[in-house]
Each structure stands twice: as structure tokens, then as C-alpha cells.
Design a protein around this ligand. Structure first.
Ligand SMILES: N=CN[C@@H](CCC(=O)O)C(=O)O
Ligand SMILES: [Zn+2]
Length: 395
């Protein structure tokens, strides 16, 4: 039996057997009809964690890591996030925007690459400015992308991505709370930018638990959803903190404690797992199975950033299955409805249901599992990417 989905004004109007849909809508005219015989229709993929706005290359660091340097070795030597911060501070707003959407420079057309890999909703973080001026520049670039591009965006303020040179974590937290957040609030109120989530990199040598708590609490008080980096390289009790603060999501969690997992399940705080990073940095894998068994809402993200350079949610799902032992249905749910949950959008995004957004992909395979099974094969498989009923990519 074949099923048709039909969208009107960007929302799914009906789903059902092709014959019934044809009968029901025989009087209607359509902009486009797509014959999907022998193909699969899936919800558009949702990427719950990315850092797509930055300038400067870090390909040289990949070689350093292959030679044995750890993420923190490079960070503490002034590379990593610090290097990207320097380059991003120097880049103009236009240069940063171009890196998101045009093919001008090799390797830099990031959101379009994500769309080609099936992503229809993506979380985008600031966090390579650290000072107010550059954080706002990044948020304006994200806002412009939100208005001008078809891909749907959830915007995250991540001014606490690293402690700026010359400041302690406490001083950086004070600056964020007293200067960044009030400015952000004013700009959001005037509709100049739109920010959905607040993020902190809670990690040994970056933001400690107390500074993380203060920043997240202040963000929450101004109406932002808490969605932060925690328990990645060291156990920080970030999961316990997130559950206590009512966080919507915590990312990474390679080092989460048993108590943290239980607390997240209880608090309905989702875990955004990032298989590319664990793979790239040869970290221990997050305990996806235990999280799933205990009822945590497990989502996936590409973590696209200069450290983990991957646009592709199909590859992320493949890594989640092989390295984190998730089943293919679990990985698909994590890259669609659960990722939408992590962004507070599961009521409108992340599944094909009448009344929800018409965000979908059509793959040229008779079984949907091919999208995960064919590692790196998504360019061949994905024929259409549709956002709000509009074809935004056609192979
Ligand atoms: N862990 C912190 N932030 C990023 C890495 C950012 C960078 O290295 O530029 C992450 O999620 O992996
Ligand atoms: Zn990240």
C-alpha cells in the first residue's frame, strides 16, 4: 500500500493510502505532485547541536590530534575554541553569513550542506565571540539566516563557550549576567534578534558548576530554554544540575554519572548525544543504552564545528548505531522527534502527523533503513528535501 502526504500552507493536511488521498482531494489543484512509488518518505532530520558560524580553519589541529594531542591540550595551548574566537572576531558579519549559505569558498556553505544531507531544522549556537560585540555579531548572522534561508533554525546564545583570555570563570560569568544577557533581552524584545536557548560549556578548566548554574539560571529567568554542554571530558555533575534547573537538554554526556542519568529521566531532560565528537576525539562513548533503558529522551546532533567537521545526520545516525549500540529506529527517533523535543519543538516538528509542519525527505530506496546503512551514501539517496511543504533541495 502506498501512502501520500499532502501539505497546505506548509502544514500536513492528510496522510493515508494514495487512492483515498486522491479521492479526498480530487477537486484540488497542486503546485507539484511527486511520484514516490518505490521510495520512502521520512520526517525531515533535526540536528540538535551545531556551531555553524565561525571563521578560520582548524584542519591543522586534526593532524595534531591524530598525533596524540587531546582536545584540552590544544585548548590550553591557545588553539581550539580560542583560535576560532580570534578569527571570528576579525571576520565581518557578511563574511560569516556567506560561510553559511554560499558556495564561494571551498568548504564553506554550511547550512546548505546540512540541507543536502536531509536536515530541515537545526540548532545554531553563537560562542566564538565570547565578548558581547562578537556574540551579537554571530547572533545577527544566525537571525539573518533564520529570515532568509529555508532551513528552520533554533538559535542558541553560547557566550559561555570558553573563558575569554584574561578573565576567570567567575568574572566571565559576571560579565555575561550583568552585560550580555540584559542586552540580549532588549534586542529580543525589539525583535532585532531571536534567541531560543542558553548554553554553557560546563567543563573542568572552562566553566565550573557554580558559574554554569548562575549563567543558566539567569538565562532561564529571561525566558530562554536551558540547553548546555555537560559531562563531556570530566564528570562534572552537569546532568544533576540540568535536571535540577529544568534544562530542556544537555549535550555530550560521555562522563555522566548513574545518578545524573536517573535525574535526567525523571526531569524529562533530553540527552543530545554527539557521536562525531566521541569518534573524532576518541572519547569513551556516551552510555546511550543505559539512558534509553532508564527512559531518558535521547536525541542526536552533528555537533558541526571546526573540531568535528560533519554536516550529515545520516552519518551521525550510523555512528550512533555502531558505536553507541542504538537500533536504527532509535537513531531515527533521536534524529527527528527527540531532537525536536530537545529544541522544544516536538509539538510542531519531528514527525509526519496531520497538523504538523510539512518537513520531509524523500529517499530513493524502498526501505528507510538505507539512509543509515549506506555510510556516507546520503547524497545518492536523498532525492528531495521539503520544508513547510516547499521543495528546498532536489537531486
Ligand atoms: N565542547 C565544546 N564545544 C564544541 C567544540 C567547539 C570547538 O572545538 O570549536 C563541541 O561541542 O564539541
Ligand atoms: Zn558543541
Amino acid at each position: 500500500m502506498t501512502y501520500d502526504t499532502l501539505s497546505s500552507d506548509g502544514f500536513i493536511k492528510a496522510i493515508g493510502p494514495a487512492d483515498a488521498i486522491r479521492r479526498q482531494f480530487s477537486e484540488e489543484t497542486f503546485e507539484e505532485r511527486i511520484d514516490c512509488s518505490g521510495k520512502c518518505i521520512l520526517p525531515g532530520l533535526v540536528d540538535a547541536h551545531t556551531h555553524p558560524v565561525w571563521a578560520g580553519e582548524r584542519v591543522h589541529e586534526f593532524a595534531m590530534k591524530l598525533a596524540g594531542a587531546t582536545y584540552m591540550d590544544i585548548h590550553q595551548a591557545g588553539g581550539g575554541i580560542h583560535f576560532t574566537v580570534e578569527c571570528t572576531r576579525q571576520a565581518s558579519e557578511e563574511e560569516l553569513f556567506i560561510s553559511l549559505q554560499q558556495r564561494r569558498l571551498p568548504g564553506l556553505w554550511r547550512l546548505q550542506c546540512m540541507v543536502r544531507a536531509g536536515t530541515t531544522l537545526v540548532e545554531c549556537k553563537s560562542g566564538y565571540g565570547l565578548n558581547l560585540e562578537t556574540e551579537l555579531k554571530m547572533l545577527r548572522v544566525i537571525e539573518r539566516a533564520r529570515r532568509e534561508l529555508d532551513i528552520d533554525i533554533s538559535a542558541t546564545y553560547c557566550g559561555a563557550h570558553s573563558v575569554p583570555k584574561g578573565k576567570t570563570a567567575t568574572e566571565a560569568a559576571d560579565d555575561i549576567i550583568s552585560n550580555h544577557l540584559p542586552k540580549l533581552k532588549a534586542l529580543c524584545r525589539h525583535g532585532e534578534i531571536h534567541v531560543d536557548n542558553i548554553d554553557v560549556f560546563c567543563e573542568e578548566g572552562v566553566f565550573d558548576l557554580d558559574s554554569t548554574r548562575r549563567i543558566l539560571q539567569s538565562g532561564k529567568e529571561m525566558g530562554l530554554r536551558i540547553n548546555f554542554h555537560g559531562d563531556e571530558l570530566h564528570p562534572m555533575k552537569a546532568a544533576e544540575l540540568g535536571a535540577e534547573l529544568g534544562a530542556q537538554a544537555i549535550s555530550h554526556l560521555e562522563e555522566v554519572s548513574d545518578k545524573g542519568i536517573a535525574a535526567m529521566a525523571m526531569a524529562r531532560c533530553s540527552a543530545v548525544l554527539l557521536p562525531t565528537t566521541a569518534y573524532m576525539l576518541r572519547l569513551k562513548q556516551p552510555r546511550a543504552r543505559k539512558m534509553l533503558d532508564e527512559g531518558v529522551i535521547v536525541a542526536l546532533g552533528s555537533d558541526f564545528n571546526p573540531n568535528a567537521y560533519c554536516f550529515s545526520m545520516p552519518m551521525v545516525m550510523h555512528l550512533a548505531c555502531v558505536n553507541m549500540r542504538m537500533s536504527m529506529p532509535e537513531a531515527l527517533a533521536a534524529a527527528t522527534i527527540n531532537a525536536a523535543y530537545a529544541l522544544g519543538k516536538s509539538h510542531t516538528h519531528g514527525s509526519l502527523e496531520v497538523g504538523k509542519r510539512g518537513d520531509l525527505i524523500i529517499i530513493n530506496a524502498s526501505r528507510w533503513e538505507h539512509l543509515i546503512y549506506q555510510f556516507g551514501g546520503h547524497h545518492e539517496l536523498i532525492e528531495y528535501v521539503i520544508v513547510k511543504g516547499k521543495v528546498i533541495y532536489k537531486k
